[in-house]
Design a protein around this ligand. Structure first.
Ligand SMILES: [Zn+2]
Length: 279
């Protein structure tokens, strides 16, 4: 895909999102809080990997046979993945966990935002992996567009206030995150679109598009996690959003993938859920 096409698609998608916001009718138009959480299946995952036991039986050498070969030494186990390498409570940390129990301070603005598309910014560390992911998806027919990245506290507050003024608190509570509780304020989260089925952008059906399916399978290879899934609704407090990708770096993303850990909350033991801190 040419750069011009990407730009054009991003602009068209932004226009669609803005239109949806304008009528206030699109359940999925505002990032991680488009719908009330639905009841989800019980989340379960194996937090402990048991190391394989080394075979300990081998025949004792007898007098008329050559001695048995030395038992193969057990290969040293790789060190356990160090989940304490970066803090989860610092908004500047690549492993920060933001949810309804853990807001981002209003004054926090990432120091190293870079442009990744017209009007869209992300932290500098995210950009190369995002580019690599979009480039890798294209040959598989997944034509990803960049819809939204960093959102300031002020933007979140203005969006929320506009929805509340137009539709009331209850409606806003269902379809819009409270300001300060959006992962987008970290500059580590990006909403991606389907340029083959743009009608599903920011909607549940994105997961069924070729782009959504590709991301579900491959995003981890580029350091991203699909932050809100069918399986982790209870622990994240958000309904599934196949388009909302959170960059955590390739090492952690690979660890979560190989371990089968389905959320950042579970990986780090950080409380989440559908209830806002402070009620
Ligand atoms: Zn989002």
């Amino acid at each position: 895909m040419t750069r011009r096409t990407v730009v054009k698609v991003a602009l068209v998608s932004l226009g669609v999102a803005a239109l949806a916001a304008g009528v206030g009718a699109a359940a999925g138009a505002w990032g991680e809080d488009p719908q009330p959480p639905v009841a989800a299946a019980t989340v379960s995952w194996e937090g402990v990997l048991t190391a394989p036991t080394a075979a300990s039986t081998f025949a004792a050498p007898s007098a008329d046979e050559p001695p048995a070969a030395e038992p193969t030494p057990v290969a040293p186990q790789p060190p356990a993945f160090d989940l304490a390498r970066h803090p989860t409570g610092d908004p500047a940390s690549p492993w920060v966990v933001v949810n309804k129990q853990h807001p981002v301070p209003a004054e926090y603005v990432p120091a190293d935002l870079v442009d990744v598309a017209p009007g869209v910014q992300l932290r500098a560390d995210v950009a190369p992996d995002l580019t690599a992911m979009i480039d890798a998806a294209a040959p598989a027919g997944a034509r990803l567009g960049i819809l939204s990245g960093y959102r300031s506290y002020q933007d979140q507050a203005a969006t929320r206030a506009a929805i509340e003024a137009r539709r009331g608190f209850d409606h806003a509570e269902r379809y819009s995150a409270r300001p300060g509780f959006s992962e987008h304020q970290t500059g580590l989260a990006v909403d991606l679109g389907s340029t083959t089925q743009p009608g599903c952008d920011l909607h549940t059906c994105f997961a069924q598009t070729v782009e959504g399916a590709w991301l579900a399978e491959h995003a981890w290879e580029f350091g991203f996690v699909v932050r809100y899934t069918e399986a982790n609704t209870d622990v994240t407090g958000y309904a599934p959003e196949g388009w909302h990708l959170r960059w955590v770096g390739r090492e952690l993303a690979a660890h979560l993938h190989t371990s089968g850990i389905g959320s950042l909350e579970e990986a780090f033991g950080v409380p989440g859920g559908p209830v806002y801190a402070g009620g």
